[in-house]
Design a protein around this ligand. Sequence first.
Ligand SMILES: Nc1ncnc2c1ncn2[C@@H]1O[C@H](COP(=O)(O)OP(=O)(O)OP(=O)(O)O)[C@@H](O)[C@H]1O
Ligand SMILES: [Mg+2]
Length: 217
Amino acid sequence: MALLELQNISRVYGGVIRALDDVSLSITAGETVALLGASGSGKSTLLNIIAGFETPSSGTVRVAGEPVSTQQPDKFHQNIIGFLFQQFNLLDHLSAVRNVELALFPTCRKAQQRYLNSCKLLKEVGLGDRLHSRAALLSGGERQRVAFCRSIANQPQLLLADEPTGNLDKASSKKLLSIVANYMSSHQGTLIVATHDDEVAKICQRSIRLEDGRVVE
Ligand SMILES: Nc1ncnc2c1ncn2[C@@H]1O[C@H](COP(=O)(O)OP(=O)(O)OP(=O)(O)O)[C@@H](O)[C@H]1O
Ligand SMILES: [Mg+2]
């Protein structure tokens, strides 16, 4: 069964801008997919709709068989969807470990367990010596690795990433991509990543290209 099913999704802004135009697609659990397309082609709009951050003007999105519109928002964002943002979206005044712990707050009642789980994830991405550094003081690559730990802390069924290497230099991108690729293969994770970066597309099994809001390949 498809993990994600989009049926005839359109998104129109202000009655004129057709950001998405009748998009239908299906993604199976365990697939890794690059979402490609020129700037303005609708990649972010599509990810935001799948994540439930935005509502489509028409059409249906189903994740794990249930329409996003009827999913319980808390549960959906805690256990089903993980999101990795281009701008990291960390709380800059908190430490690396606190940023990850926050994601576990609703799902894990024991403070000690939240702390230990977060430390473990951060160590796995090479940030064992930065656990207590404030996010604001970390490099871009380090921040994105913290954000990655946060995005997978609850082991979501579907990880969405919107240009996760867009603000990183080449070396940091490479490091992040190998971490993401390793995680996906060892957890049979499902990933959709919007990108302009060929290196990102290389870690994915399949590519979907958008042009003016339509799927063209
Ligand atoms: N909130 C909004 N209000 C009006 N128009 C919007 C809004 N969000 C997106 N758009 C328009 O929808 C179209 C698709 O935008 P989107 O951000 O999805 O493109 P993108 O493929 O992610 O581009 P980029 O590669 O630059 O991030 C663009 O024409 C954009 O200007
Ligand atoms: Mg975008």
